[in-house]
Design a protein around this ligand. Structure first.
Ligand code: TYM
Length: 331
C-alpha cells in the first residue's frame, strides 16, 4: 500500500454538516492531510439505513462533497470520493458480516438509539451498519481514523473484526486506531447542552452548519442555552458555557484558560456574541468557497470520479487478498 500511514474517515450525508462534525472530525482531517495518506469518503451507503427522499438525498450528498472541498480538503493531497462509487465497500461488508456476531451488533449504542427512534424501520442495514464502517476502514489498510467520541465503539468493533479475521487467516488487515481529539470530541447542542449536537436535530436552533448565513449563526449563539449564573467558567455543572468555551477555543486557537481569563466577568450577552462572531469569521471563507464550487458541478464531478478511481484501485488489492485467503475461486 502507500508509504505514508493511511488515514480514513467519512461523514454520512444526513442533516447538515455541523460545527460539531467540523470540530470533532474535519478540523483534524485537515490537519492530517499533509503527513498521512488520507482517504475521506461521503458515507452515502450508511445513510440508506434510514429512509431518504431520493432527490434530496442526491442533492445533499453532492452538497456535502462540495463542503469537504470548501473546508480545505485538497484533492491533490487526499482521496475524496463517494462510498457508493466503490463497490468494494459493499463487497467487503458482506464478507465481514459473516465474521460478526448478531449479539455484537445488538449491543451497539447507536443501533439501540436508532432503533428506538425509527421503530417502524429497524432494518438489517441498521444492525450491520458498523460492519460496513469496518469495511470502509479495513479496505484501505488504515492506521488512524479521526472521529468524534461517538464513533469510539464502532472503532472498537472494527478492531475486533480485523483481529478475528487475522487470527483465522493470518495477517490480512492492518488493525486501525481511533484518533479522537482531547478537546472537542463531543460538541453539545446549543439548546440542550447535555445532549450531543446532532446533524439531524429537529430543533433548528440546536446546531449550526459550516455553511450557514452569518445572521443565522449570530442568532443561534445569542440564544444558546447557558445557566442562571453570570460567570464564564469551564465547569461540569455549567455545560452550556463550557460547550461555548470549547467552540470559542476551537474557532480562535486560544486556550480555554485564556478565554476564561478574558471573559470571566464580561457577562453572557457579550460572551455569546463574541463566540458567534468567531464562528462567523471562521466559516465565512468556507461558505464563499462552497457557493463557488456549487456553481461548478463539472469540477465536482471530475474530483469525485478521480477520487473513486484511486480509492477503487487501492481497495481492489485488499479485496483480492481477502478473497484468496477465505478460499473463493480466483477469477
Ligand atoms: P457522522 O456522519 O454522524 O459524523 C461525522 C463525524 O463527526 C463526528 N461528530 C461529532 N464530533 C464532535 N461533536 C459532535 N457533536 C459530533 N457529532 C458527530 C463523528 O464522530 C464523526 O467523526 N458512521 C460515521 C460515518 C462513517 C465513518 C466511516 C467514520 C462511515 N464510515 C469510516 C469513520 C470511518 C458517522 O455516522 O459519522
Amino acid at each position: 500500500m502507500e508509504k505514508k500511514p493511511v488515514i480514513y474517515s467519512g461523514i454520512q450525508p444526513t442533516g447538515i454538516i455541523t460545527i460539531g462534525n467540523y470540530i470533532g472530525a474535519m478540523s483534524n482531517w485537515l490537519r492530517l492531510q499533509d503527513d498521512y495518506f488520507c482517504i475521506y469518503g461521503i458515507a452515502d451507503l450508511h445513510a440508506l439505513t434510514v429512509r431518504q427522499v431520493p432527490a434530496e438525498f442526491r442533492a445533499r450528498a453532492l452538497s456535502f462533497f462540495a463542503q469537504y472541498l470548501a473546508c480545505g480538503l485538497d484533492p491533490s493531497k487526499a482521496v475524496l470520493y463517494f462510498q457508493s462509487h466503490v463497490p468494494a465497500h459493499a463487497e467487503l461488508a458482506w464478507i465481514l458480516n459473516c465474521y460478526t456476531y448478531i449479539g455484537e451488533m445488538q449491543r451497539m449504542t447507536q443501533f439501540k438509539e436508532k432503533s428506538d427512534k425509527h421503530t417502524d424501520n429497524i432494518n438489517m442495514g441498521l444492525l450491520s451498519y458498523p460492519v460496513l464502517m469496518a469495511a470502509d476502514i479495513l479496505l484501505y489498510q488504515t492506521s488512524l481514523v479521526p472521529v468524534g467520541a461517538d464513533q469510539k465503539q464502532h472503532l472498537e468493533i472494527t478492531r475486533d473484526i480485523a483481529i478475528r479475521f487475522n487470527n483465522l487467516y493470518s495477517e490480512t488487515f492492518k488493525v486501525p486506531e481511533a484518533y479522537i481529539p482531547k478537546q472537542g470530541a463531543k460538541i453539545f447542542s446549543l439548546q440542550e447542552p447535555t445532549a450531543k449536537m446532532s446533524k439531524s436535530d429537529p430543533d433548528p436552533n440546536a446546531a449550526v452548519s459550516i455553511i450557514e448565513e452569518p445572521d443565522s449563526i449570530m442568532r443561534k449563539f445569542k440564544r444558546a442555552v447557558t445557566d442562571c449564573e453570570t460567570v464564564v467558567e469551564y465547569r461540569e455543572d455549567k455545560p452550556g458555557v463550557s460547550n461555548l468555551l470549547t467552540i470559542f477555543s476551537e474557532m480562535t486557537g486560544k486556550s480555554i484558560e485564556e478565554l476564561v481569563a478574558e471573559y470571566h466577568d464580561t457577562g453572557y450577552a457579550r460572551f455569546k456574541k463574541e463566540v458567534g462572531e468567531a464562528v462567523v469569521e471562521k466559516f465565512a471563507p468556507i461558505r464563499a468557497e462552497y457557493n463557488r464550487l456549487m456553481d461548478d458541478k463539472a469540477y465536482l464531478a471530475v474530483v469525485a470520479k478521480e477520487g473513486a478511481e484511486k480509492a477503487a484501485s487501492l481497495a481492489a488489492r485488499t479485496i483480492a487478498k481477502v478473497k484468496r485467503k477465505i478460499g473463493l475461486v480466483v477469477r
